[in-house]
Design a protein around this ligand. Sequence first.
Ligand code: HSE
Length: 298
Amino acid sequence: NEIRLFSPATVANVSCGFDVLGFCLDTVGDEMVIRKTDERGIRITKITGYDLPYKVTENVAGISALAMYNTLKPECGFEIEIHKKIKPGSGIGSSSASAAGSVFGMNVLLGDPLNKTELTSFAMKGEAFASKAEHADNLAPAIFGGFTIVKSIHPLHIIELPTPKDLYATIIHPQIEIKTSDARALLPQKVPLRDSITQWANLGSLVHALHTSDYDLIALSLNDVIVEPHRKSLIPDFDTLKEKVIKAGALGCGISGSGPSIYTLSQGIKVAEKVEDAMFMIYESTSIPFDTHVSKIN
Ligand code: HSE
């Protein structure tokens, strides 16, 4: 009657796949406990880590849970505990982890009536409340794992991509807050055709590279000519950090979701750790607190 789960952090966009591509981290995530109760309805009974609303209709985990609950109308209720480890506003899918965790846990306790795509669509209700825009590029990898592409959101169509076995992510999280809604407001409504061509060539190549474990092609594909130029000024020392991590051997580097976290991909853990050292060198000379993580992508 109770499930304790790890709801992973995720990296959205992955440079060339704005709003569609994402991957899952296996070392950073929230812990949640979902409990079945006789009393009907959804209640949030405990939140640790960060100060978030207990009111179900104001909490992303509560909103997604309620959407699923009101559709399935089960003859029980649920209590949700959120042990938040992912800082809200850090750019590694904090709201998605909460939104995904509640519906995932409820589904298990109800005997798995819903598939992963259906769970993602309920989780999107919570995510939309948090970011004021409908997108599933963090939710899909949180629920499916590995790399995913959101082919469309209406109807919701998610494609799982293979992960080369030696691929590692290194993340730096500078502790400044960037609201997704603010970072989205910076983006142009129209983009030049030339830039679009570059972007979809990169995305197509990256998908092929993931299928063929072609690390050189991954490196050539991890570029963003559409979104990063507008957002990078929000992140202190972004260009310097990018230059140094590429020198340290990273295949590519970009803004994680809407920032401020920055992700890199590397072949092998040794390179991923060297990249982490390079990140330390750059950020230690600033006054901004930060943390870093290395994670295998599964
Ligand atoms: N694709 C989204 C964005 C992810 O970059 O705005 C952030 O939640």
